[in-house]
Design a protein around this ligand. Structure first.
Ligand SMILES: *Cc1c(COP(=O)(O)O)cnc(C)c1O
Length: 467
């Protein structure tokens, strides 16, 4: 506004932010009870928010009020306690609060000189996470946007290292004429492994796929056969936590086979890695400490806001060489961490800070309890459905449950009706050729009552569909 000085503008900003605080409280309290799916139609959204490019602006508090209104019904309550779709997780309030600070500070987290605080918090958080996950304390880490980019980063380090060992500098010379890399994944690898391989020039389909068992675990005996007598650069991708069953590849055995072959072992532990935080579940991830790179998400099961994932790497030089924008191996003169050396991006937000807040506020015990509670709740959900006569298709070892309601048509109809009914939200999937409903319990705020209420709703809806 002409004539208005900056300090007046700042004062306006304070009251704007205080107003938003109220909108956020309203939204948080709404997601406990509102229907989980979005109610506002996309046409209504366009009417409320769109139109031709406006010539004139509007007052900020009117704008935020309109957005808040749209958010009440146009969002999915995926942050709420009865959202069981995909594997999403919510956001711990303390992590949201830290995220607000991050936005207000507007730090460029890529470079130490632009944010010493972020650089230090990344170091603290990274080493805490390594301990929490039972990984080697010397691993390097990069805070990326999510699991996909964590897979990309780990596999980029792998690509660097296996080619360097074959006398090839992939960062300088690319892949034209490079020794070929034998990339071995399981037939149950997450599709982001394929997209990461594609981005790295390794080809989504130019891989060998190892069969899995009935729970989706890579068969170590088949891997051993596939790698026997082979030479040259090799990358093996294993998985800690299948998106359908929650099952873990036999990491200990896979690590041994990969080591004997001289292969790089990458593990996708987007959500499953955090089984390591619960003393009752650590056996599932045994062997992961032998991986050369590990990818994980924080915005799923650690319940921090998007975008936050972490790539861990046992070979810091390979990690830096693959990601660093400056010359490889050069340590900055200030001797502090330059975060961009470990991620695909240069400028970015300080995404480790909400994660720091989550870990610092809950502590090792609190994180472990959150993970274990969700696992117990998944079993509780599965037991309720099984007792009502529905087929649970997986061993519920973690937070994922697969249920069939009969034929493909019956199951699809039931899933649609459950989503429509609105008590909870569960999605569909196909497991080993069979259509199923998938339940993922990964939210910090889900209570046992939420599980019981949701199971009752599912059973009721399923009964109406059959009848
Ligand atoms: C979600 C998921 C990913 C991808 O993570 P994003 O955060 O969505 O990029 C990769 N692997 C597994 C096993 C996942 O569950």
């Amino acid at each position: 506004m002409p004539g208005q000085n900056i300090s007046e503008k700042r004062k306006e900003a304070y009251s704007l932010l205080a107003g938003v605080q109220q909108h956020v409280s309203d939204w948080f309290s709404s997601i406990e009870n509102r229907p989980v799916q979005a109610i506002m139609s996309t046409d209504e959204m366009r009417r409320l928010l769109g139109g031709p490019l406006p010539d004139e602006g509007i007052a900020p508090e009117i704008l935020t009020g309109t957005l808040a209104e749209a958010g009440m019904t146009g969002t999915v309550a995926s942050a709420g306690p009865r959202y069981f779709g995909f594997v999403v997780g919510g956001s711990l309030p303390v992590a949201v609060a830290a995220d607000w600070l991050v936005s207000a500070w507007d730090q460029n987290a890529g470079i130490y000189a632009l944010s010493p605080l972020n650089s230090v918090i990344e170091q603290i958080t990274g080493s805490w996470l390594l301990e929490l996950a039972g990984l080697r304390p010397t691993m390097s880490f990069g805070f990326v946007t999510g699991g996909h980019m964590a897979n990309f980063t780990g596999l980029a380090a792998a690509r660097h290292r296996v080619l360097r060992d074959a006398g090839w500098d992939v960062e300088a010379d690319g892949l034209f004429g490079a020794p070929s890399i034998d990339v071995v994944v399981s037939e149950e690898a997450h599709y982001t492994i394929s997209t990461a391989l594609r981005l790295l020039g390794l080809g989504a389909n130019r891989v060998r796929r190892i069969p899995t068992d009935g729970q989706g675990r890579m068969r170590a005996d088949e891997l051993a056969v596939a790698l026997r007598g082979q030479k040259g650069p090799c990358i093996v991708c294993a998985q800690a936590g299948n998106v359908n069953t929650g099952a873990f590849d036999p990491l200990e055995k896979i690590a041994e086979i990969a080591k004997n072959r001289g292969a790089w072992l990458h593990v996708d532990g987007a959500f499953g890695l955090w089984a390591a935080a619960s003393p009752q579940r650590t056996a599932l991830v045994r062997g992961i400490e032998k991986a050369d790179s590990v990818a994980t998400d924080a915005h799923k099961w650690l319940n921090v806001p998007y975008d936050c994932g972490v790539a861990f790497c046992s070979d810091e030089a390979a990690h830096r060489s693959a990601m660093s924008l400056a010359a490889a191996y050069i340590v900055a003169t200030h001797g502090e961490r330059d975060p961009h050396e470990f991620t695909p991006e240069e400028s970015r937000r300080a995404r480790a800070i909400p994660l720091y807040a989550a870990v610092r506020s809950l502590g090792r015990r609190g994180i472990g309890e959150m993970i274990e509670r969700n696992c117990r709740q998944a079993r509780r959900f599965a037991d309720a459905l099984r007792n009502a006569g529905h087929a649970v298709l997986n061993d519920v070892v973690l937070n994922q449950v697969l249920v069939s309601f009969g034929t493909t048509a019956q199951t699809n109809r039931t899933i649609a009706a459950i989503q429509e009914e609105g008590t909870c939200w569960c999605g569909g999937t196909v497991w080993k050729g069979r259509t199923a409903m998938r339940i993922s319990v990964s939210n910090w705020s889900t209570t046992d009552e939420d599980i019981d209420m949701s199971a009752k709703a599912v059973i009721r809806v399923a009964r109406n569909q059959q009848g």
